[in-house]
Design a protein. Sequence first.
Length: 389
Amino acid sequence: MNRQTICDSERENLEQEKTADYRQYVIAGSPERLGQALASHHPGIERPRREELTPEQITFSHACAREARLVHPPLVEELEAWADALSVPLDEAYFYLSVGMTETSRQGRSRAPSTMVAAQENRQCSTVGLMTRQGPVVGRNFDLFYRVRVRHRITTKPETGFAHVGMYDGLVSGRTDGLNEQGLFVSLHTVRSKPPERRKPGLFCVHIARIVLETCSTAEEAAARIALLPHLASYNYFLADPDGMLVVEAHPERVRMRAADRDILACTNHYMHPDTVALMRAVPPKSRARQGFLTEGARRLLDELDAGDISTSHDPKRPGEKSLPEASTASAVSGVASLMRDHTVPVCGHADGMATLWSSVAVPRLRWVAFSRGAPCRNSYIETRITQT
């Protein structure tokens, strides 16, 4: 790659971040009110139109809506209210519930197999957690394509269920990651796996994350719920609560759990459990490298904390320095934020398909979380707390 190409790529990366739809807001009330409020912020102009969807896709999306209604009715009610507020046909709205179908793109348009493989290979997301005196401290980067323009931080206060703050990428009613008022944190990571023998209606990852944020109090409770859900696609789910951490490795045909190892837990884009490894088609480039880097980095941080070394050298911006009660917790947050800014593996990505669209650092016990609007290497973390209602 020549110097001009590199400069053009860097310019494109910075431009997409500056022009993306970053915003934050609060929605509250019944599913109908939540859907109406979301419609005022996101009209869904990027959705597929009915004429672009095949009869099979429409039928399948309606079947997914029935599955979602059985699992968590408010999710579908919110989506329908959103559609009604914008006069969006349900055939188009329900597609948001079925984007995990392997033969279609995020926008619902058909893709060649080679394009699907390239998309899966390029995606990367990373989460790491370490146990401190204040419980887990978690860092997470969400990486995807420049074309994903909707990047909203939504505080949701549902009429029934737990309040939560989380990120929304335009898949209506879904969340990609977040923290609820009980101190439950969730993030998701795509896995390139073999498809199931038969594609069955089920739930997509962002809706699974939303359901556990709204209905679960602990990581174990969330893991048990995820294990019982019908899955459309293969994903890893990182879960943390005030007392512990888990990773759920989910495939449409099999779900397994993975626990922390000596107070460290890292998750990227491949399975690690012996029962799920065989289901993978391939490990995306750099996934194991990111897993190893984050694990080793978290181990160093723990050693420093155990030795009483709470150096401020990790992060000159020091997220949480004034808002977190213990210096050791603020130091752990700072160190984790530094890991999420890494460019050596990299953890913080700047290439299309591997671009870090946002990052977060959380302390579940304190209901404290901070998000960066864009790549954390060049954007500060904005702190918030999710209070119990």
